[in-house]
Write a protein that binds this ligand. Structure first.
Ligand code: SF4
Length: 408
């Protein structure tokens, strides 16, 4: 018997899925880790629940967890024989499955086969209350794993072949603040650097308000910390960011990004942008476009604002019509594609540090890799997974940057 996992949505869900995979059970259990960040994510989760409820056998336990299972008492009972585990009970999920209890999803002990990178969830929950977000309600208050446990976990996985750890959580900028001691993300990074020999450390997502001077120094002075920041700025307009209740809403984002790029060599910045937040006027939108034109970022994730019941933003007046939201997100996406090309082109002829992953599924004889600054690569040779090499980028191929060993 086994646990079968169906994971939708964010990296936190994915990190949890890796841990669930490790549990042995005498039963046949299917777990759906749902997402509800947008209406589309919600309907995808619902149709997967319906599909699996139809496919499962009488004896299979179908457990629905994740954010969708947490925000509503929707009539899932109509769908059939399933169990609901809201996020606040996710820890109890382990109790249900294994009779053990944990404060948050436990840290992984094993490395999935052939994996050289792994997400490690260091924190869960969020105290921030962004006005458009339902996730903080679904995930509960911020809580962190102890630093010593994270260090032990990374040491162990590193011995088993892990080369890159991606520190993830719902709000990793809040890491350690719940401990009552002076724990912080910066302190954790220092400890990982000093006490483990993991070759790469990547941060999953940080608000501008969480990127301290100390954090910038850490990224600048330590090659083992990947020069890659995923920053959910959401909008460049201070008015909109304040209404969103984003941490660091009053920071001059353009100046801040210039400072980051100047201080951290080869930094790849990815932005999350929400198009059409309530009250977003043409001039607010143009401020975002202006920022995107002026900053050399590497990629964008664009979301059309989605009205989530139970959030402050859903109740705001002056909701933006869907047609305007659609048009604005398409304009932003186009800028994103153009600037991504420009960012990637800068690296043709330059060397990057590449972690090799696996043989390409689509192009025979090529090995896929990931640079420290989050550029996907292809090399026309068979290279052992887990190897890290400095190689020259010679061209582009099928959405990847192409390199070869002679280019090194
Ligand atoms: S930081 Fe904001 S958007 Fe992110 S989980 Fe917390 S409340 Fe939601």
């Amino acid at each position: 018997m086994s646990i079968k996992l169906f994971t939708l949505g964010c990296k936190v869900n994915q990190a949890e899925a890796e841990v669930y995979r490790e549990f042995d059970t005498s039963e046949d259990i299917w777990i759906i880790n749902t997402c509800c960040i947008t209406s589309k994510a919600e309907s995808e989760s619902l149709s997967l629940i319906r599909k699996l409820a139809n496919e499962k056998s009488e004896k299979t336990r179908l457990i629905v967890t994740g954010c969708l299972a947490s925000i509503r008492d929707f009539s899932l009972s109509d769908i059939g024989n399933l169990e609901i585990a809201p996020n606040r009970d996710k820890d109890c999920l382990f109790e249900i499955l294994t009779n053990t209890s944990h404060i948050i999803t436990p840290l992984p002990e094993e490395l999935p086969q052939k994996r050289t990178r792994s997400f490690i969830k260091i924190q869960d929950g969020c105290n921030r209350r962004c006005s458009y977000c339902i996730v903080w309600k679904a995930r509960g208050k911020s809580r962190s794993h102890r630093m010593s446990d994270i260090i032990d976990c990374i040491k162990n996985l590193s011995q088993k072949g892990l080369k890159e750890v991606v520190l993830t959580g719902v709000c990793i900028g809040s890491y350690g603040r719940d401990s009552g001691e002076k724990e912080s993300l910066e302190l954790l990074l220092n400890l990982i650097l000093n006490e483990t020999d993991i070759q790469r450390i990547r941060l999953s997502s940080l608000d501008v308000g969480d990127i301290s001077d100390e954090m910038i120094d850490l990224l600048r002075n330590n090659k083992r910390i990947c020069p890659h920041l995923h920053i959910p700025i959401q909008s460049a307009s201070r008015k909109i960011r304040r209404l969103m209740n984003r941490k660091g809403w009053d920071i001059d984002i353009k100046r801040f990004m210039d400072e980051l790029i100047e201080n951290i060599p080869d930094l790849n910045i990815g932005f999350d942008i929400i198009a059409g937040f309530p009250t977003e006027k043409e001039e607010d939108f143009l401020e975002t476009l202006d920022l995107l034109e002026k900053v050399d970022f590497g990629y964008l994730h664009v979301f059309q604002y989605s009205r989530r019941i139970g959030t402050k933003a859903a109740e705001m007046e002056n909701q933006v019509p869907d047609s305007v939201k659609k048009e604005r997100s398409s304009i932003i996406r186009n800028i994103g594609m153009r600037k991504k090309e420009k960012f990637l082109n800068r690296y043709i002829g330059k060397k990057l540090s590449i972690l090799f992953q696996s043989e390409s599924r689509n192009i025979k004889g090529f090995t896929t890799g990931l640079s420290d600054n989050y550029i996907k690569t292809l090399t026309p040779n068979s290279i052992k997974s887990g190897k890290i090499l400095e190689l020259k980028i010679i061209n582009k191929k099928n959405g990847y940057m192409l390199t070869d060993l002679s280019g090194g």
